[in-house]
Design a protein. Structure first.
Length: 126
C-alpha cells in the first residue's frame, strides 16, 4: 500500500489519508474484504499521530468505504448505495464545475477531463 501524505499541504492529514484510501479503492489497489493496516502500524509507517489515522478510518466507515471489526481492524467494505453516491457526487461536482466555469473552462474541456479521469479507475467495471 502506497500512501502519500503532503505535510506542507493546507489539506488536513486525515483528509489526505481518506482520499488516498478512496483512490486506492477506485484504482483497485485495495479490494473488497482486504484488511487495512492497524491504526498503530499505519501511523508509524507514515509518521503521523495514531489519532489522525483513527479519525480517517472513522470517516471512511461513516462514508461507507470500510467497516471496523474489533478483531480484524479496518476492512474495505463498500456500501453500495448508488442513489446516495449519485447525490453526493452531484453536490461535490457542482462546486468544482462552478469554479471551472468562473475560470473560463468550457463544456468540452470538462467532459474531456471527466472522461480521462474516469478511464483511470478500474473500480467502475465492478
Amino acid at each position: 500500500m502506497i500512501i502519500e501524505i503532503d505535510f506542507n499541504s493546507d489539506e488536513a492529514i486525515y483528509l489526505q489519508l481518506c482520499n488516498q484510501i478512496i483512490l486506492g479503492i477506485a484504482t483497485s489497489q485495495f479490494r473488497e474484504g482486504e484488511q487495512l493496516p492497524s491504526v498503530r502500524q499505519l501511523a508509524e509507517t507514515i509518521g503521523i499521530n495514531m489519532h489522525t489515522v483513527n479519525k480517517a478510518y472513522s470517516i471512511l466507515q461513516q462514508d461507507g468505504f470500510v467497516k471496523i471489526d474489533r478483531r480484524r481492524g479496518a476492512i474495505i467494505a463498500i456500501d453500495i448505495n448508488k442513489l446516495k453516491a449519485l447525490n453526493e457526487a452531484q453536490d461535490e461536482l457542482s462546486y468544482v464545475l462552478a469554479r471551472a466555469i468562473c475560470k473560463g473552462i468550457g463544456r468540452e474541456d470538462i467532459h474531456a477531463i471527466v472522461d480521462k479521469l474516469y478511464d483511470n479507475y478500474e473500480f467502475n467495471s465492478r
